[in-house]
Design a protein around this ligand. Structure first.
Ligand code: FAD
Length: 418
């Protein structure tokens, strides 16, 4: 590799510093090397882990079907082989945009030419009596998944899930498959309805009920009760006392903005960035769950908490750091797996609230594509147990053409012909 290729002029010794050890960080490091950057690349990762991806943590890894290696976007030896310095178990405590330095909690200071903040998000905490009891946990990291796997082992446990979003529903499915009794609390009448509406949320809820998951909706926890330091019950806001030896609080995440805040960057539901993922400081970029990026198609800021955004964002950030003209203009995408329901979703969730819902296929058979149309144009599409349609859905969204809803609902009309 040519060591001087694309090396920014600010300081020849100061290369690229990537803060955060998740999928965004790993993808950005890989993209820098793939783009031919030969200067120093350092990843500062707070967790004592080689960067890993999180989706399997609530699914195959928690179920014991996937091993540690399945979590790694890049195998451990990739970093050495590509001359990327990976500092694990080390957190960045300060970033000085004027001096171009990052201070670490091990006392060292790193100079940077360009920095990427990819610090992700952390579980939202709720001020609830009893959250510190043994058996009560949040869920974000590999360590959380390993610990929960141990707790769920053998089955027969009484699990109360507080939160009816994607993570809550996925863990509920896995815990049930492992032979545990799961009761799920959530603030809406139907789980997932904030994301996909009540009709489609009901499809997922019914599948869970079929498998034995109990839903108490809408309800939350008023108090977590225990004895000898360990959880025994959850008292709901509707006055029900649920026996519990495991309680999982999965009520969303908050972006890890402390470093950016300390550096004086513009904060607005995460770190506000341009479509090229540049922060309010020209040599500092942000990507992944922590970044609230301007989307070129909608002209609005959006913060995505999904796997595909971590990958796409890591790549765009790397190119922007190298001075290339890159923008994050992908149609947002995510997926979930719950029992035998496999789902993929593309589109702009924020635009679906007042949209027309069109279904192709059968909700009853749980094989369908749901489309959301706003003013006749497709803004989102979700396929459940139907595959190889994402490219066509994304094309329909990005074309922004007026769509014939009869053709859209007709399984005999190829999506490519609409
Ligand atoms: C259990 C689970 C299941 C999921 N399943 C899906 C799914 O099925 N589909 C989907 O699309 N998405 C899914 N997601 C979301 C997806 O995993 C995230 O969008 C993705 O992890 C974001 O990557 P990231 O690198 O931006 O942030 P993170 O993965 O949060 O990584 C950020 C890292 O930065 C570290 N860090 C924070 N502050 C500092 C600091 N000051 N110094 C150094 N390091 C720091 C953190 O410790 C963390 O390791 C899931 C998430 C979870 C938790």
């Amino acid at each position: 590799m040519n060591a001087s290729l694309n090396t920014p002029a600010t300081s020849p010794a100061a290369g690229m510093v990537i803060i955060g050890g998740g999928l965004t960080a790993a993808t950005a490091a890989e993209a820098l090397r793939k783009q031919g950057y030969g200067g120093a690349v350092t990843i500062v990762a707070a967790e004592a882990e080689v960067p890993y991806q999180r989706p399997p943590l609530s699914k195959g890894f928690l179920a014991g079907k996937e091993d540690d290696e399945a979590l790694l976007p890049l195998l451990a030896h990739w970093y050495d082989e590509n001359n990327v310095t990976l500092l694990t178990g080390v957190a960045a405590t300060a970033l000085d945009p004027t001096g171009h330095t990052v201070t670490l909690d091990n006392g060292t200071t790193l100079p940077y030419a360009k920095a990427l903040i990819a610090t992700g998000a952390a579980p939202r905490r709720i001020p609830l009596s009893g959250v510190d009891l043994d058996g009560v946990c949040t869920f974000r990291t590999k360590a959380d998944s390993v610990a929960l796997k141990l707790k769920l082992a053998g089955g027969g446990h009484h699990v109360v899930m507080i939160g009816s979003g994607w993570i809550g529903m996925e863990i509920a499915a896995t815990a049930t498959e492992l032979g545990n009794h799961v009761t799920l609390l959530g603030l809406e009448d139907v789980p997932l309805s904030a994301a996909i509406g009540t009709t489609l949320g009901t499809v997922f809820m019914d599948r869970h009920k079929e498998a034995g998951v109990t839903f108490l909706l809408p309800a939350s926890a008023a108090e977590i009760q225990g004895g000898n330091g360990a959880v025994t019950h959850v008292l709901t806001t509707t006055g029900v006392s649920l026996p519990a030896d495991i309680v999982i609080v999965a009520v969303g995440v908050v972006p890890n903005i402390a470093l950016a805040q300390g550096a004086g960057l513009t904060i607005n539901n995460g770190i506000e960035v341009t479509a090229g993922l540049q922060t309010s400081e020209p040599d500092v970029f942000a990507a992944g769950d922590v970044a609230n990026a301007m989307h070129p198609i909608t002209g609005a800021l959006a913060r995505s908490e999904h796997w595909a955004n971590a990958i796409a964002g890591g790549k765009v950030a790397a190119r922007s750091m190298l001075g290339q003209d890159a923008v994050l203009d992908d149609i947002p995408y995510f997926y979930t797996d719950q029992f035998d329901l496999g789902m993929e979703y593309s589109g702009f969730g924020a635009l679906t609230k007042d949209a027309q819902l069109v279904i192709r296929g059968s909700l009853e058979k749980r094989e369908f594509i749901a489309f959301w149309l706003l003013d006749g144009r497709l803004v989102a599409g979700m396929n459940v147990n139907i595959w190889d349609v994402q490219d066509a859905i994304k094309e329909l969204i990005s074309s922004q053409r007026i769509i014939d809803t009869h053709k859209l609902a007709d399984p005999q009309t190829p999506l490519e012909a609409i």
